[in-house]
Design a protein around this ligand. Structure first.
Ligand code: ATP
Length: 511
């Protein structure tokens, strides 16, 4: 299946099985805004929970808050968003399609990078166990050429971004002969800056209304509450404040399903530290966040770090954890060393003292901040797209299965009476009653059992419990594992123990 087909399959499966719907669909939809359906909402909540447990429950120096979406407009002046939260846009004059100039260039670079990856996997196949990747990459002439090309482009690209030189960005697009993917033409407009914040108004009358913004990130809600939380929690540095919440960005181009939305959710954590210790904490949080991702078992090869060449105005080091999405490696999470930029700036704009008093050294200082920021919807897409598998079976048939990490599956248990008679539905409902206190369960008695298994596979339910005539006699049931399709006859208690062991948070989150 081609990458495009795989991605289309992800989108259609998400809709067909109640995970993600286009917002306002009966009114022809609202671009880059999505609704989560009954199963998508469960999956999303489980991802939030997995993040929160790892971040807050397991760390006694990290707390969780929920700040408002609407905030005082000066906050966005102080944070730099009013002046600098821009993306460079460019239009193609023939297709009239709008693009982010930086993304056009990044996509061009990823195409070269894909060629490198292809060369590597070809060589890996050819040389088998003797393959030495490092040596191959440093000596193969084609790869060396590709890498030289990438570094030449990156040099011009980062210089243009650094200096906000929009003319240089356009020239680079022209020099690389980048064509519009829709019209195929290279007939581009000039590059312009575009602010991504959504404006809104607070107040009853037009004259007295105050101009506000919908927050473009959750982080500022944490910074402006730094003192409130520190004083009321009495936490000592180093400590963190976490938050999950909506953010809004008027994205120029939003054509990649829930990867780039105009309304989305972020899971952010700001870790307040002593100035001078930021390098150490940056390395620690990079390691910790990658370990969190790997704990889900989607495959180490699907993640990579990308260090930023161009740093945002607030950062002294930054990288992304990129994930291998159906359309290639793209940012999933950002890890940023934000220095004391935000707290210092809020101190200046609010004229309130925002300092931390260290009782050990008897001195006050502005803490430095290490941020981890992940998009919940992107995490959803990462998990959903990697879990969706078309599997050929031994008997020649095939099945569509969502092999979610079991801990995140929307429904954990499906209880299925083999037949809709002979007291099997009644016993099934008694068994459902025993499981529903601990797990999200479903009950399904429609259609033949094989079809019901397929339905649960397509929803990603890890355990199907089938109740048959023998169950009436000895209270044993059959547990079918989603991934192996193996069936085992066990007592209800044994099934409970098995599921409890397999979903034990400790075994997932110990890293
Ligand atoms: P990008 O370069 O893809 O626009 P960004 O660098 O602007 O992303 P950050 O400001 O670092 O993103 O935001 C932190 C995280 O929020 C990102 O890693 C991403 O997972 C998520 N995110 C950002 N913008 C969007 C969006 N429009 N839709 C969905 N998730 C988003």
């Amino acid at each position: 299946m081609s990458k495009e087909d795989k991605f289309k399959k992800v989108i259609s499966h998400a809709k067909e099985y109640g995970f993600v719907f286009q917002s306002s669909e009966i009114y022809d939809g609202l671009s880059a805004v999505y609704d989560y359906g009954q199963n998508g909402t469960d999956l999303k909540n489980n991802i939030k929970d997995y993040w929160l447990k790892a971040m807050v429950q397991l760390n006694d120096n990290i707390v969780n808050i929920d700040s408002a979406i609407l905030m005082h407009p000066k906050i966005w002046k102080a944070s730099g968003h009013v002046d600098a939260f821009n993306d460079p846009l460019i239009d193609n004059k023939d297709s009239k399609k709008r693009y982010r100039a930086d993304v056009l260039i990044e996509d061009y670079i990823s195409k070269i990078d894909n060629k490198i990856q292809k060369e590597i996997s070809k060589a890996k196949k050819k040389f088998g166990e003797n393959f030495d990747k490092e040596q191959f990459v440093s000596t193969n002439s084609r790869i060396l050429n590709y890498n030289n090309k990438i570094s030449d482009i990156n040099k011009v690209f980062s210089e243009a971004l650094e200096k906000d030189d929009l003319k240089a960005l356009k020239k680079l697009i022209e020099d690389l002969e980048i064509a519009c993917p829709v019209s195929g033409s290279k007939n581009w407009t000039d590059v312009k800056q575009f602010n991504l914040m959504f404006g809104t108004k607070l107040g009853a009358s037009a004259e007295s209304a105050m101009d506000l913004y919908l927050r473009p990130e959750t982080a500022q809600g944490i910074f402006v509450n730094f003192l409130n939380v520190q004083k009321t929690s009495r936490l000592k540095i180093p400590f963190g404040i976490a938050q999950i919440g909506k953010a809004f960005r008027n994205e120029i181009v939003a054509r990649q399903f829930i990867f780039r939305m105009r309304e989305f959710e972020q899971m952010e954590m700001q870790f307040f530290i002593k100035p001078g210790t930021q390098q150490e904490w940056y390395a620690k949080w990079k390691e910790n966040r990658l370990a969190w991702h790997l704990s889900l078992g989607l495959g180490e090869d699907n993640y990579r770090f990308h260090d930023h060449d161009k740093l945002a105005h607030y950062a002294d080091a930054a990288c992304d954890i990129e994930f291998n999405f159906p359309f290639g490696f793209k940012e999933l999470e950002g890890i940023h060393s934000r220095t004391d930029f935000d707290l210092t700036s809020h101190e200046k704009f609010s004229s309130k003292k925002i300092k931390y008093f260290d009782t050990l050294s008897n001195e006050s200082f502005t803490p430095y901040v290490l941020e981890t920021s992940i998009g919940l919807d992107r995490m959803f897409l990462a998990i959903f797209s990697k879990s969706l598998i078309e599997e050929k079976l031994e008997d020649g048939s095939s099945r569509t299965v969502l092999k979610f990490p079991k801990i995140l599956a929307p429904k954990k248990v499906a209880v299925l009476p083999l037949l809709k008679k002979d007291g099997l539905p009644e016993l099934s409902k008694q068994i459902l009653e025993e499981f529903k206190w601990d797990y999200n369960c479903v009950y399904d008695e429609k259609d033949a059992i094989g079809r019901r298994y397929r339905r649960q596979d397509a929803l990603g339910t890890p355990y199907c419990l089938t109740v048959d005539h023998q169950s009436l006699e000895d209270r044993t049931i059959t547990i079918r594992d989603r991934d192996t399709m193996k069936q085992q006859r066990l007592t209800v208690q044994e099934v409970k123990n098995k599921i409890k062991t397999e979903l034990d948070l400790k075994s997932w989150l110990t890293f």
